[in-house]
Design a protein around this ligand. Structure first.
Ligand code: BGC
Length: 764
């Protein structure tokens, strides 16, 4: 007892145990001076026993929610360990009430009273849902994405949670992979920019502000390159691809000061990421000088056993800790084996110390030592969650994320002459799927459906009819359970056909159920599930004036619809305000401005598909077959990366370069004029791509290197200027270094990755 009092005394004298003073708005900033933080960390570490140190590296799942197979550790044992200060973090404990309860267990019982850090998957909103990350990335609007992350962070903080396991920045080129929905698509540059915007949004400028939360760069690394698009599958990529394509967003996240990283389930070229010293120690904590902590993915340390690189939990713990995994998420390997490994001399205690210091550093930055209950504010929780202001942000994000894929004969926006609209389809009045998967605390069926949105926005006097046509899924839908689809019930077709015949225009809402994408949701067929293909054809036969509204979390096979349906609106899963956002587009209240962050294929067999391909060595075309193509399908995307239509037209001038060469220390300005030649205000995302014509390793035919979103009034023209400098042409070369190589380059600018103006320059 004496000892305990003495220790608390030490902590108080260091000035970081003032948790009884609970701060209201205008929070007390924590001391963020790195020298002071380091000093405090050392003082705490000096007080800790080996058991307590290892305890900081243990993360338990709260029993409120389960995201994977839980370990056998029973809840009583968990409670004991919490009381004894043998747990550093919990996930899936949410709400002020529950986080306070859990924190109290530690603060009122443990010897050193080191606060828990609570983590949770806030992927696209806590209770107010924003578009799924892939959808929101289609906005190419970095300010917007920072804003939605800020709001999601505020709602999370208001619910007592300190830390989100987001953003996911896995480059994904394979629409079959269900988790493509959680990222920013296929491009490293766009992913990097978006990752930084989201991190800034979550973390703000001061982690100790109880309205911000710590972010997590995940999954480090290569998870999106699972073979065949099958989740958790083997990844086989080389060092150049890894560095040039997969790592840039992670490097950007580390540079932006992301608080934590999460490693990943997959192996890369034989080495599971969780056991990868190259990734975690050499790069992240070495070359990149990043000082936060790495949490494992759920059980990914014990998964080293089935991976076949560790014979048991102990061996798995040894591999992971040596490689630089600092915290064991619900795997039980660290708590069961680390002590023994240290005592046997197999793991140096300094590795444990390093991990603990990293974890404590984040806790100090969050200000948890000043007040472990600083995120426990019932009044803030009540006023913040699902507030009206947050709904407005959701609407803004929703409409800016929509991509207009096709609009034959300007069928959209809906004309005043249209007096009878039939809204048809299994997703038309679905109030749940728009919430997407990984939906945190979204309330089931709380989204505005497309039908509701249309009713809200349709001009007076327009008749709206509705038919579901067919069910998409049957049975229970949930995060963990497999989906079942309606494969034969077409009993609703007749009504749909009748309404389509009577209407001036049909809005046909089809696509995917929310739970068709997300973790463990890989598909070999990315077409329409259930009886939707037949429904689409039935409706199209009954009325040619069809606007298809797609709801989905991955690129889909739209080959038939792209030929036979005059207008296609890609609406992803837009979150709480889905239907209103769609209606704003349909009725021309907002001019669509989204651009695809991912290529849409002609068919499933083309996956993985991405725009920044290489040329191969094989000469092109001619009458022969022996060149790189398909004999049964075009090889080009149906809708390419960067593509999206507007209700107005943009005309691009030619590229003007300030010089046709530059060398070290110099730069070139590339300018292009863009004119709105239509008659509606519109936003355009002007995209700049480069092609390095000859490299020491093979180079992509084009790579996105810059973009700017501009707004133009009818008739208005703007000149957009881009700077081309050494940094822009630097890549991971044959020397395994980031270098700029002398040679010729092509610069391409346009409104998507296909329709581009071109010019050439040289780097000397
Ligand atoms: C996922 C992570 C997630 C974690 C915690 C894992 O299954 O891969 O992305 O953060 O669960 O829920």
């Amino acid at each position: 007892m004496k000892k305990r009092v003495a220790i608390i005394g030490v902590l108080l004298s260091l000035g970081f145990l003032a948790f009884s003073t609970y701060e209201k708005p205008g929070f007390k900033k924590s001391d963020q001076d790195p020298r002071n933080i380091e000093q405090k960390i050392d003082s705490v570490l000096a007080l800790m026993t080996l058991d307590e140190k290892i305890g900081q590296m243990v993360q338990y799942n709260g029993s409120w929610d389960v995201t994977g197979p839980a370990t056998g550790t029973d809840n009583e044992k968990k409670l004991e360990n919490l009381k004894n200060g043998l747990v550093g973090s919990m996930l899936n404990v949410t709400s002020v009430e529950h986080t306070r309860q859990a924190q109290k267990i530690v603060m009122e019982n443990s010897r050193l009273k080191i606060p828990l850090i609570f983590g949770y998957d806030v992927i696209h909103g806590y209770q107010t849902m924003f578009p799924v990350p892939l959808g929101e990335s289609a906005s190419w609007d970095l300010e917007l994405m920072e804003k939605t992350a800020r709001v999601a962070g505020r709602e999370t903080a208001a619910a007592g949670v300190h830390w989100t396991f987001a953003p996911m920045m896995d480059i994904s080129r394979d629409a079959r992979w269900g988790r493509i929905m959680e990222g920013a698509g296929e491009d490293p540059y766009l992913n990097s920019k978006i990752a930084v915007a989201r991190i800034k949004g979550f973390q703000g400028n001061d982690l100790s502000d109880p309205k911000t939360i710590a972010a997590c760069a995940k999954h480090f690394a290569g998870y999106g390159f699972a073979e065949g698009g099958r989740d958790y599958n083997t990844v086989n990529i080389g060092i150049y691809e890894l560095n040039n394509t997969i790592l840039p967003p992670f490097k950007a996240a580390a540079d932006a000061g992301v608080a934590t990283f999460m490693n990943s389930f997959n192996e890369i070229d034989g080495v599971p990421a969780t056991a990868s010293t190259y990734l975690q120690r050499d790069l992240l904590k070495g070359k990149w000088h990043w000082d936060g902590f790495v949490v494992s993915d759920w059980g990914s340390i014990t998964e080293l056993i089935p991976h076949g690189v560790a014979k048991d939990k102990k061996a798995a713990a040894e591999l992971a800790v040596k490689a630089g995994s600092d915290m064991d998420m619900e795997g039980g390997a660290y708590e069961s084996s680390l002590k023994e490994l240290v005592e046997e001399g197999k793991v140096a205690e300094k590795l444990i110390d390093d991990a603990v210091k990293r974890i404590l550093r984040v806790k100090f930055r969050l200000g948890l030592f000043d007040d472990p209950y600083k995120y426990c504010d019932e009044a803030f929780e009540k006023s913040e969650l699902y507030s009206e202001a947050n709904q407005e942000v959701a609407l803004e994000a929703g409409k800016k994320s929509i991509v207009l894929l096709k609009n034959e004969n300007d069928i959209l926006p809906i004309k005043n002459s249209i007096k009878n609209i039939a809204v048809i389809g299994p997703l038309a009045n679905d109030k749940d799927s728009p919430l997407g998967n990984w939906r945190a605390h979204a309330v089931e069926n709380s989204a505005v459906s497309v039908l509701e949105g249309i009713r809200n926005y349709a001009p007076k006097g327009v008749k709206i009819t509705y038919a579901e046509g067919a069910k998409l899924s049957t049975g229970d839908r949930s995060f963990l359970n497999p989906m079942t689809f309606n494969k034969d019930d077409k009993s609703g077709f007749a009504e749909a056909e009748k309404l389509a015949k009577q209407a001036d225009l049909v809005v046909l809402v089809v696509g995917e159920d929310a739970f068709q994408t997300g973790e463990g949701r890989s598909q070999t067929n990315i077409g329409f599930a259930g009886v939707q293909d037949d429904l689409i054809e039935t409706v199209q036969k009954a009325n040619k004036n069809v606007v298809m509204v797609l709801m989905n979390g991955r690129p889909m096979d739209l080959s038939w619809s792209s030929k036979n349906i005059p207008a296609i609106v890609e609406s992803w899963f837009l979150g709480s305000q889905h239907g209103n956002a769609v209606a704003e587009i349909l009725f021309g209240k907002y001019n669509p401005s989204g651009k695809l962050p991912v290529s849409f294929p002609q068919n499933s067999g083309m996956e993985p598909l991405y725009y920044n391909q290489k040329s191969t060595g094989r000469p092109e075309g001619g009458a022969q077959v022996t060149y790189s193509h398909y004999t049964d399908s075009p090889r080009e995307a149906l809708y390419p990366f960067g593509f999206g239509l507007s209700f107005t037209e943009f005309e691009y001038g030619d590229i003007e370069l300030s010089a046709d060469s530059f060398s070290e220390g110099e730069k070139i300005e590339a300018s292009i004029s863009v004119k709105n030649t239509g008659n509606m205000v519109g936003e355009e995302t002007v995209q700049l791509y480069l092609h390095d014509l000859v490299g020491s390793i093979t180079r992509p035919n084009l790579e996105l290197k810059a973009f700017e979103k501009i707004s133009l009034k009818p008739g208005e023209r703007k000149v957009v200027n881009f700077i081309i400098d050494k940094e822009m042409i630097t890549y991971f070369t044959i020397n395994k270094k980031w270098e700029a190589e002398a040679g010729d380059f092509e610069v391409m600018i346009g409104g998507n990755s296909v329709d581009l103006k071109k010019a050439n320059f040289e780097f000397k």
